[in-house]
Design a protein around this ligand. Sequence first.
Ligand SMILES: [Zn+2]
Ligand SMILES: [Zn+2]
Length: 138
Amino acid sequence: MNEQSMQGGCTCGAVRYRCEGEPVMAAHCHCRDCQRSSGAAMATVFAVPKAAFTLLQGRTATYVYTGDSGQPVTRHFCPTCGAPLFTDVTVMPEVQFIRAASLDEPARIQPTMHVYCDSAQPWGECRDELPRYPKLPG
Ligand SMILES: [Zn+2]
Ligand SMILES: [Zn+2]
C-alpha cells in the first residue's frame, strides 16, 4: 500500500475511509460547530484534494449548517456511534475536510495553525508557537 495513504473511520467501525497524498492543510479549529460537535475546546482538522478521498464502507448521517461565508457546510458523522468524520464546505469544493482524530494514526497529522480563534475558549488555550487566526488565514 502507498505509504502516503491514510485510513480512518468511526468508533464502531461501520464507516471507513481512505485518503491519499499529503494533506493540503491541517489546523486546530476553535469554531463553535467544532466545539459543539466534539464537546471539546477545538477540533483538529486536515484537508486533502477531493479526488484523493474515498469512502470505503458505511454511510454517514449529515448535518447541514450555514458557515460564516453564508454558504452551506455539511458535517458527516456515523449514525450509529456519532463520531464526527468529515465535512464538505460549499465554498471550498475542491477539498475534503477530515477530523484528524478519526484517522487510524492521528499522529501523522501535523497542524500548522489555529483557526477561528475568535471563539476560542479560555479553558482551551494551547501553549504552542503556531500562528493564530481570528477566522481563516487570507
Ligand atoms: Zn460508527
Ligand atoms: Zn471548526
